[in-house]
Ligand binder design. Structure first.
Ligand code: AZE
Length: 183
């Protein structure tokens, strides 16, 4: 039963952010309107002693006049009554990168292999998402394990984004290797 209403999108039950911590590689993404991370996208989530979640993400971007660069991004998260839904405040290491406030929802994860992230930036008058983005994350830079693919496909359908994703390629194993390979 999916009506594509943002308010009815099912998220991860009993989400445990401490198990979510660590590094995730983006293997697929659904783009929002405007500038976005292109490829070589990875995010590392950290939970501090007080339980606060922060993250660091990087990815290749092309800004303004075809300037290709590696975006080094930071985020802080505000908890909400739903443990799988956060309010994310993000900014770039450099001022010409993007900054703002986005929703950060975890739709599903097994913590050890795959995670489905979702963010609706603009809800339409009918309650569906007008502009948003989503990442399929894997703990493995090589991609999803075959056994996780069906779960992820079913969830993409549930969040009304089936067929809207592009693969995210990884040409470097880390930010530094990436920068080194890329120039
Ligand atoms: C996310 C993982 C958690 C931390 C952050 C994320 C989002 C980052 C962006 C970055 C956009 C940068 C652009 C620069 C020109 C969800 C991947 C910060 C949306 C477009």
């Amino acid at each position: 039963a999916q009506d594509c209403q943002v308010a009815n999108i099912p998220v991860m039950q009993n989400f445990d952010k401490s198990r979510f911590a660590g590094k995730w590689y983006a293997v697929a993404k659904k783009d929002p309107v405007g500038l976005f991370l292109l490829d070589n996208v990875a995010a590392t989530y950290v939970i501090d002693e007080s339980g606060k979640m922060t993250a660091n993400a990087y990815g290749r971007v092309i800004i303004l006049n075809n300037w290709e660069m590696c975006a080094n991004m930071f985020a802080t998260f505000e908890d909400t009554p739903d443990p799988a839904k956060f309010k994310m405040t993000y900014w770039g290491a450099a001022s010409y990168l993007q900054s703002g406030n986005d929703e950060h929802w975890v739709i599903d994860t097994d913590y050890d292999n795959y995670a489905i992230h979702y963010s609706c930036r603009e809800v339409d008058m009918d309650g569906t998402c007008l502009d948003g983005y989503s990442f399929i994350f894997s703990r493995h830079p090589t991609g999803l394990r075959p056994e996780d693919q069906k779960i992820v496909t079913d969830k993409k359908k549930e969040i009304c984004l089936l067929g809207k994703y592009r693969r995210v390629s990884h040409t470097g194993k880390s930010l530094y290797l990436f920068i080194w390979k890329w120039k």
